[in-house]
Design a protein around this ligand. Structure first.
Ligand code: NAD
Length: 258
């Protein structure tokens, strides 16, 4: 059976993914800041180092897939640390454990919010890999009020999508026969969004803000099916794709641009 690492496994999409893979007979190493096989804080360098140590120990140094799902949506610098630097550390630092697999795979979770206009200063710091500058800019945005703070989440997810595009075809990934891809979910019913979509009125307001012509707000298991395929043996040729699973938001927002 395959051994997969799933971050964010204590809740929402990560939890649904862990459950699906286990139902299918895989060995899953769940990672989260609480209630997980590997309890680490992915916002810190120490937590990221401990992730590699603990996963190496638990797996005997060999894994088949990495699902980098953990993330936050609060308008804070921690969101930048987890969504971007924590996710990239998860992918990069666990990559050496993938190389012995017959079918190594990696997948990350971006967001439909990556389509929203970014903060250009934060985006530049992220793409430059400069965590200190990125955290400082995020603190400025947070202090600048609701509208500026709201730029943080989408900017982290846009930068992550671009990191996937920049890295998937390199020697480290495609060159090592590791498909590296991402999903970009729309509005999924998880603890991250539950406060925003509790009442019928809230759900309607969300649907007006975020167009979802195909089946609207959906359950995390839908994303888990896609993650499982992207990180499964059947996927040998998708490279650097950011797949929108969003009920059509991307199509409505971007139209026929490809
Ligand atoms: P969730 O809040 O239910 O789960 C996120 C998990 O990440 C939690 O268990 C949390 O403890 C973990 N996490 C947060 N900070 C961490 C840290 N510092 N170290 C380790 N783990 C940490 O949310 P979700 O909706 O399942 O989100 C999963 C991913 O999907 C996130 O990356 C999120 O941005 C993305 N996403 C969600 C939606 C949505 O509508 N729910 C849409 C698009 C993208």
């Amino acid at each position: 059976p395959r051994t997969s690492v799933v971050t964010g496994s204590a809740s929402g999409i990560g939890k649904a993914t862990k459950e699906l893979l286990m139902e299918r007979g895989e060995t899953v190493i769940g990672v989260d800041i609480h209630d997980a096989d590997v309890v680490v804080d992915l916002s810190t360098a120490a937590g990221r180092a401990s992730l590699v140590e603990q996963v190496s120990d638990l797996s005997g140094g060999a894994i088949d897939a990495v699902h980098a799902v953990a993330g936050l949506a609060s308008p804070t610098a921690t969101t930048v640390a987890v969504n971007y630097f924590g996710t990239i550390a998860t992918l990069e630092d666990l990559r050496p454990l993938l190389v012995g697999s017959a079918a190594p795979r990696a997948v990350a979770v971006s967001s439909m919010a990556s389509l929203f206009p970014p903060d250009d200063i934060l985006l530049a710091a992220l793409l430059a890999g400069n965590e200190a500058d990125a955290l400082a800019r995020a603190a400025e945005l947070e202090a600048g009020g609701e509208e500026l703070g709201a730029l943080i989440y989408g900017t982290t997810k846009r930068a992550l999508a671009r990191w996937i595009r920049r890295n998937a075809a390199t020697d480290n990934w495609a060159g090592a026969s590791i498909p590296l891809n991402a999903v970009a979910p729309g509005v999924v019913d998880t603890p991250m969004t539950s406060d925003m979509i509790k009442t019928p009125q809230q759900r309607e307001a969300m649907a007006t803000m975020v167009p979802m012509p195909l089946n609207g707000i959906f359950e995390p298991r839908s994303v888990a099916y896609l993650l499982a395929w992207l990180a499964g043996e059947e996927n040998a040729h998708l490279c650097g794709q950011v797949i929108f699973i969003d009920g059509g938001s991307d199509v409505v927002i971007r139209g026929d641009a490809t």
